[in-house]
Design a protein around this ligand. Structure first.
Ligand code: MTE
Length: 311
């Protein structure tokens, strides 16, 4: 298939036609019900899962992983290192009030209140595969908006070559931050062309409701073609910068976790193979796909790069 340059890519280009038509039907139906373009229907917070109004964005037709699995088998080291720790401990995190500072190489740096930010967006559902670097995967129906829209709002300058993300630092609620498992706060980064790719999403919900704390409330990044650790949770700061920013896992084990961390079955982790994965809920392992199956839309971003070197 012809790989187009990013600026030419529209949502319809990356949508299977059947899904695109279904999405249009959904929008038409939603408009009839007066639902289109509504923001967050509720205040959210630690305990309440409020329904969200959204349209259907480009998605995989695969069956989503059950919600119970998505919300009980997590990596969120700020709440502990076991998979069950986040569901148990993340309820302590107060997600209101919450602000996100977006600054750096831009003309209009701004601090967004989370509810104002969400109200100003047209939320859509994106059913994406998530592949963890540990060798398991899920299919998750996120609700959110493209990261590129948030970046455009602050008017980046030509010095914005990378985007740096930071999670909240609050050891009184994020008790895992009292231990030195990583250098806190958790940090991540993307190149500006990755960050403004239409697939890169800011998620504020899943399964049609506000994001549970263990999944990164009130807002997290989702970069479906990269290993899950790039998808940083509970973000408080996004900075446009001119150099590749430091990232938490790369700092902790640079030979194991690179800055790019594109899903790549041909490049093994130093301690295990990346050729296959266990889809949560399935018995047999399945083959891992290059770029987690999103290659036809994102491979062009890495043309000419040695992906063994830039792992
Ligand atoms: N973000 C923060 N702040 N802290 C973390 O420990 N873990 C990452 C990523 N984002 C992590 C994080 C890892 S390793 C993965 S696989 C995904 O979140 C898991 O997301 P999920 O729990 O919603 O499936």
């Amino acid at each position: 298939m012809l790989i187009r340059h990013r600026p030419d890519l529209t949502e319809n280009d990356v949508t299977d036609r059947g899904l695109y038509l279904r999405r249009r039907e959904f929008i038409a139906g939603a408009a009839g019900l007066g639902l289109a373009g509504l923001g967050l229907a509720g205040s959210g917070g630690a305990a309440a899962a409020a329904p969200l109004a959204f349209t259907k964005g480009f998605s995989t037709p695969e069956k989503p992983t059950p919600k119970d699995d998505i919300t009980s088998y997590n990596n969120f080291y700020e709440f502990g290192v076991d998979k069950s720790d986040p569901a148990e401990n993340a309820g302590r995190l107060k997600t209101r009030p919450w602000t996100v500072r977006v600054d750096g190489a831009c003309e209009a740096p701004r601090t967004f209140d989370i509810d104002e930010l969400i109200k100003g967006q047209k939320l859509e559902e994106r059913i994406y595969r998530l592949r963890c670097v540990e060798g398991w995967s899920m299919v998750i129906p996120w609700v959110g908006f493209p990261l590129k829209d948030l970046i455009a709002a602050v008017k980046p300058t030509s010095k914005a070559k990378f985007v740096a993300f930071e999670t909240l630092m609050r050891p009184s609620e994020m008790t895992g931050q009292k231990w030195d498992v990583l250098q806190w706060p958790y940090r991540e980064g993307l190149r500006i062309d990755e960050a403004t790719h239409p697939l890169a999403l800011i998620a504020v919900g899943l399964y049609g409701e506000t994001l549970p704390n263990q999944n990164g409330a009130p807002l997290r990044l989702v970069v479906p073609w990269k290993y899950g650790f790039k998808s940083i949770k509970s973000i408080t700061r996004i900075s446009l910068v001119d150099r590749q920013p430091p990232t938490a896992w790369n700092r902790s084990a640079p030979r194991e976790y690179g800055f790019y961390s594109n899903v790549n079955p041909a490049v093994d982790h130093p301690r295990w193979s990346q050729a296959s994965e266990r889809r949560i809920g399935e018995f047999r392992r399945r083959e891992t796909l290059a770029f987690n199956g999103y290659g036809e839309w994102v491979a062009d971003l890495y043309r000419g790069m040695d992906l063994k070197k830039f792992y």
